[in-house]
Design a protein around this ligand. Structure first.
Ligand code: HEC
Length: 156
């Protein structure tokens, strides 16, 4: 009897853990979409590190805004295409939308930018908590949350 109820309790706990994990993934507010104009975005810089090659892209409008000291327009995508050994390994995407910052509390917020990790088939990596992306990019608050801000400034 004792063993049996112990087992029931354990499996109830396991279920709770599974549904809790599911709830966390669903609860993360995220509006980022995979850009439907990837082929029209401008590849303005490349970062290489060992077997990793990152192509970083955005719209011409966003590049022009940065160069003229203006905020990049709402609706802008920045895409970091991460190639490993010549094949797409993942896409990191930042997208900006009017009022999107208010989806998060102030400590997590990165202006009106939201972040997402897409697999090579453009589906979302549900295991990623994009608070991690935001916490690192918060360090670039003075550069519109962009790490490659200076590369844009010098891009023709
Ligand atoms: C530990 C710090 C750190 C974390 C975490 C991080 N990034 Fe970045 N991100 C960078 C750096 C540094 C660059 C500049 C490129 C480079 O050096 O690889 C960058 C560049 C980018 C760019 C190109 C635009 C820009 O800011 O220059 C995008 C898009 C991006 N990251 C998205 C993401 C997403 C999405 C996540 C989470 C899944 C993420 N980042 C997590 C540091 C970080």
């Amino acid at each position: 009897m004792k063993t049996r109820s112990g087992r029931i309790l354990l499996s109830a706990l396991a279920c709770a853990a599974v549904s809790l994990a599911g709830w966390r993934a669903d609860a993360e507010s995220n509006r980022v979409t995979f850009p439907d104009n990837l082929d029209r975005l401008v590849h303005y810089t490349t970062v290489t590190r060992g077997n990793v090659t990152e192509h970083i892209l955005t719209s011409r409008e966003a590049i022009d805004a940065v160069k003229s000291g203006q905020p990049v327009p709402n609706g802008t995508h920045f895409v970091l295409v991460d190639y490993r050994d010549g094949a797409v390994f993942r896409y990191f995407v930042m997208e900006k939308g009017e009022g999107w910052g208010t989806d998060y509390d102030e400590r997590r917020r990165t202006g009106d930018w939201q972040f997402q990790w897409f697999n090579p088939d453009q589906t979302i990596n549900m295991n990623e908590n994009t608070a991690r992306c935001q916490s690192c990019h918060q360090g670039r608050e003075d550069s519109q949350y962009l790490y490659t801000f200076n590369d844009i400034s010098v891009f023709e």
